[in-house]
Design a protein around this ligand. Structure first.
Ligand SMILES: NC(=O)c1ccc[n+]([C@@H]2O[C@H](COP(=O)([O-])OP(=O)(O)OC[C@H]3O[C@@H](n4cnc5c(N)ncnc54)[C@H](O)[C@@H]3O)[C@@H](O)[C@H]2O)c1
Length: 314
């Protein structure tokens, strides 16, 4: 049995490779060769969670599941708040092949999926990227955006903890040799931005329509429950909206369900999924004036395909 721990997973799963894997996984999900039921999350005592996210990859060779705990009281202790593995099985006899650390996979694949969405939906020559939230996802998203839009010239970052934004800016300037400006609020961070990534666990929507430039592409990543969101209803209503999986968006995405319940949008507001764009079934940006919005929930197929790559090398 193979076990790929976090350090090894981080060394092997580079962003460009992960973006290729996400294209493969999301296309397979769209054409029906890959399958995944909706995830199940079991509630444990003290508000703790135990999640199971299975997927069949449709490659004829492998299937698996992300098995993960969320113990929020771990924050600030020696234990991370989320822990677990992506477990990989082979399809001939159903035997267990191995497992890979799910923290690194989740971190990298989330940026990579936004990379695929951005490549398909953003304007061709964006200049400014804005990142809201300066945590692990800001790092993953900056890496992904620079793979798909290497001509970006400027990055701005805002975090409610200025010291986190400052640390991120210093690290990123050194790593990528691109100017990273720390913004004092969301409005100034997103001013004139061609690509905006919202990467926070905010309980309230904070990204407003009047601050967003026409033609911008937004990756809304930080929240993933029916009652949480980062983007205001007015901005969702003014955007072309894309899902990672439409069924999941209809069940789980506050960014869609809240403006729907307010009567600001209808079911037809969802223009398609990223897999739909990859397979030509969905229509993307129709002009340089469109605001496009990708809302990420996170899918088991994304985790399992990374697990396959780390455990089986394919
Ligand atoms: N959709 C998905 O597939 C997916 C996958 C992974 C993580 N996430 C979510 O993305 C978010 C970011 O994840 P992470 O790993 O980077 O977390 P993190 O804890 O490393 O970083 C989050 C950062 O956001 C900042 N922040 C919190 N509230 C803010 C606000 N209102 N405005 C500005 N900054 C704020 C925090 O200070 C922190 O620096 C989390 O909510 C996480 O659950 C989603």
């Amino acid at each position: 049995m193979i076990v790929v721990e976090a350090k090894q997973a981080r060394e092997k799963l580079d962003m460009a490779t992960c973006i290729k894997l996400m294209r493969e996984g999301l296309s397979a999900l769209e054409d029906g060769s890959a399958m995944q039921p909706l995830r199940s999350v079991n509630k444990l005592p003290h508000g703790n969670l135990f999640g199971f996210m299975p997927a069949y990859l449709g490659d004829g060779n492998y299937f698996g599941a992300k098995v993960i705990t969320a113990f929020h009281a771990n924050a600030g202790t020696e234990y991370p708040s989320h822990m677990g593995y992506v477990m990989i099985f082979e399809s001939v006899h159903g035997s267990f092949v191995g497992m890979a650390d799910c923290g690194v996979i989740t971190e990298i694949r989330t940026g990579a999926v936004s990379g695929v969405a951005t490549d398909l939906l953003a304007v061709r020559n964006p200049k400014k990227l804005a990142l809201i939230g300066a945590g692990a996802q800001a790092r993953s998203h900056l890496a992904a955006m620079l793979v798909v839009r290497p001509g970006l010239q400027q990055v701005s970052v805002y975090d409610i903890r200025p010291e986190a934004a400052q640390k991120f800016a210093e690290e990123s300037e050194e790593k990528y040799h691109i100017p990273v400006q720390v913004a004092s609020d969301v409005e100034s961070a997103v001013r004139d931005a061609d690509i905006i990534c919202t990467l926070t666990p905010s309980k309230d929507p904070y990204l407003k329509l009047e601050w967003v430039k026409k033609g911008a592409h937004i990756n809304a990543v930080g929240t993933f429950t029916p009652v949480t969101r980062e983007v205001t209803s007015e901005l969702v209503a003014a955007s072309r909206l894309y899902a990672d999986q439409i069924e999941a968006m209809e069940k789980e995405a506050g960014e869609y369900l809240i403006p729907l319940s307010e009567g600001l949008i209808t079911r037809e507001h969802i223009k398609g999924s990223i897999g739909g764009l990859l397979t030509g079934r969905a229509e993307g940006r129709t002009s340089d004036e469109d605001i496009t919005l990708f809302d990420a929930l996170g899918l088991a197929v994304e985790d399992v395909i990374c697990g396959r790559y780390l455990v089986c090398g394919e």
